[in-house]
Write a new protein. Structure first.
Length: 148
């Protein structure tokens, strides 16, 4: 099955380029890259990463009704659960092995933020990076190694 997926990716030059760009991002592997290309129709189905975040179920929505009910922000339960699961696993991997995401996660948790909301922010960061890399057309540049 993996060989057939790789054959499909290799057959189209635009898909191959986007696949290489996606896998240049830390913690984004071949499984998530192939699924992203499939679900977004090679990044033509969704105009922005925010619309894709709504589709996947990582975009937070306010829970309020007029002036009387004001609740916490929540993510929608109507989402693509399979893709959300993949992005969640990548976010957990990024928190463990990506120094930038690891420090961001620890900082937010030490500030008293909820761990799951912090993971949701990291999911959205990964989604936005994937869309940015594809729209820009160049590989991911890790700015942390240039920081002093």
């Amino acid at each position: 099955m993996e060989e057939q997926i790789k054959a499909v990716i290799e057959s189209d030059e635009a898909v191959k380029l986007n696949y290489q760009l996606l896998t240049s991002i830390k913690c984004v592997g071949p499984v998530l890259a192939a699924n992203m290309i499939a679900y977004t129709h090679n990044f033509t189905r969704f105009a922005t990463w925010r619309k894709f975040a709504c589709y996947v179920g990582t975009a937070p929505f306010e829970h309020q009704s007029g002036t009387s009910i004001k609740g916490r922000t929540r993510v929608s339960s109507l989402s693509n659960k399979q893709l959300k699961k993949l992005i969640h696993m990548v976010a957990i991997c990024a928190c463990a092995y990506n120094p930038e995401m690891k420090s961001y996660y620890k900082r937010r948790v030490s500030e008293g933020k909820n761990k799951m909301s912090t993971l949701n922010v990291i999911r959205n960061k990964i989604i936005s990076r994937m869309f940015a890399v594809v729209n820009r057309g160049s590989g991911y540049v890790d700015l942390m190694k240039y920081a002093a």
